[in-house]
Design a protein around this ligand. Structure first.
Ligand code: HEM
Length: 447
């Protein structure tokens, strides 16, 4: 993909330009130095930035010395106003407790149990979503993954007000989920960020709608009614020795986090995959042949065993377009990383986008080559150069869920439909996730 057009060489006095470009689209904040060399260190705006890219430094920063990191103030400025103390944004004891309490629902046993529902929901909605000759495929994918999340984690109860919730979440992720140039400075939080003024109404509405849903379920549990065995019930009943059940506010924080983290990411993986396949008809034909040969009457959680090439296509799509492209942290103490002595407060910027296209880590870094992910591929892929789900203690809790979901949805779409690009090539825009800058128009061919 033509990433070169977005690479600029920023020199030391170019910070103003750099910040404006990064704020508009953080993908434009790539530097040639970072993508060709390892572990770039930069200074500016009173801060030191390390962008680790050597696999050893990536491991050192995010695994071995992970306790030296806290979530960065830029990340918090983007996500905290909405997600507050949800799992993605909490830290310290709160995060430890919640991660432990939530882990049981994402074990392979539980996740496998969701497969059937994922397939059923997809079958129920696909005909409606792909009914037109031409569709905005990015929107189709968001709608579908939202529906799946709603059904398997919340037993369909999010469905009331689906369009309104989708609209609000989309608005939040595309506008709130964008760094303001002031976020890169040391200015305090109370200094208004003009790019965010007037958008808190969306957040309030969303929190209210989700709060009502949670409290309705809580009332049922308290009354001893039969309730579904899903994430919502688990959240409401999760207790351990040192805490009570979640307060209404904490419940909304977690619900909104799982909605935000759990569907847009997966939808981006599907969007970019089908775009890439529309450009590589050989890969598409190979994938379709594999999907056509699949016995779909077998348990959906086992489909992956018969779809190695489809899985490789998904892995490769998430390499080129990692749905969640940045791991943004700060040092909570002075620390040495990759041989660089860094002070407390230094920014450690895990740039997954850049690592996934690094000139020294990949052959043909910008090309779509699913074969590199097949078992027995010529050049093994190291654990610390391919990071779509992050790494270390804060690795994505929903990774198994997402991989299974993406595979089931891909198989069901590819079995029935072929998508053709019907408009300009999409350009990636990094907000919280990597979306297409404009709607991805695709012509739908029924196979
Ligand atoms: C293709 C789909 C997905 C991708 C690429 C993805 C990627 C990521 C990444 C990179 C992180 C780490 C963020 C960081 O360290 O700053 C993360 C964290 C997280 N993800 Fe995902 N994710 C996906 C799907 C999901 C799903 C389906 C769920 C839930 C149903 C989910 C829930 C979360 C949560 C709650 C966290 C925060 C974990 C913590 O900090 O303890 N994600 N995800």
């Amino acid at each position: 993909m033509p990433i070169d057009a977005s690479i600029e060489d920023w020199d030391a006095i170019d910070w103003g330009r750099y910040l404006l470009a990064s704020s508009k689209n953080p993908i434009h904040g790539q530097t040639t130095k970072a993508i060709e060399g390892f572990d770039e260190v930069a200074r500016g705006m009173g801060k030191i930035f390390l962008t680790p890219s050597h696999p050893d430094t990536v491991r050192e920063a995010f695994v071995t010395k992970a306790d030296a990191l806290r979530l960065s103030s830029i990340r918090n400025a983007i996500l905290k106003p909405v997600l507050r103390d949800g799992l993605l944004t909490s830290e310290g004891e709160r995060w430890k407790h919640d991660r432990r309490a939530l882990a049981p629902i994402f074990t392979p046993r539980h996740v496998n149990g969701f497969a059937k529902g994922m397939a059923r929901t997809t079958r129920d909605h696909l005909t409606r979503l792909l009914a037109e000759d031409t569709v905005a495929f990015d929107k189709v994918c968001v709608d579908l993954t939202y529906q799946v999340l709603s059904d398997v984690l919340f037993s369909g109860e999010l469905d009331g007000g689906r369009q309104a919730s989708l609209h609000d979440i989309d608005k939040f992720l595309s506008s709130m989920g964008r760094p303001d140039p002031l976020d890169f400075t040391n200015l305090p939080k109370w200094v208004p960020r003009l790019t965010r003024v007037g958008r808190m109404g969306v957040v309030k509405r969303l929190r209210k709608r989700i709060g009502l849903l949670g409290e309705a379920r809580r009332t049922k549990i308290t009354a001893g009614d039969t309730v579904p065995d899903d994430l919502l019930t688990l959240l409401l009943t999760a207790t351990d020795a040192d805490s009570d059940t979640l307060t209404p506010d904490q419940l909304v924080d977690q619900l909104i986090t799982f909605i935000a983290a759990g569907h847009e990411t997966t939808s981006r993986a599907l969007t970019w995959l089908f775009y890439l396949l529309s450009q590589d008809t050989d890969a598409r034909a190979r994938m379709e042949a594999e999907v056509d040969a699949l016995d779909m009457s077998g348990p959906a959680q086992k489909w992956g065993e018969s779809l190695p090439y489809t899985r490789a296509c998904l892995d490769e799509a998430m390499r080129l377009y990692p749905p969640a492209p940045f791991l943004s942290r700060e040092l909570n103490r002075a620390e040495t990383l990759g041989g660089h002595d860094l002070p407390e407060g230094a920014i450690v910027f895990g740039n997954i986008w850049m690592i996934h296209r690094h000139r020294k880590l990949w052959d043909q870094p910008d090309a779509f080559v699913p074969e590199r992910f097949l078992p027995g591929a010529e050049r093994p892929i190291g654990r610390f150069q391919y990071l779509p789900f992050g790494l270390g203690p804060r690795v994505c809790i929903g990774a198994q869920f997402a991989k299974m979901e993406a595979l089931i949805l891909t198989a069901l779409i590819a079995r029935e439909y072929r998508l053709h690009l019907d408009g300009p090539h999409p350009w990636p825009l990094a907000r919280v996730t990597v979306r297409t800058e404009k709607p991805l128009m695709m012509r739908v061919e029924k196979r």
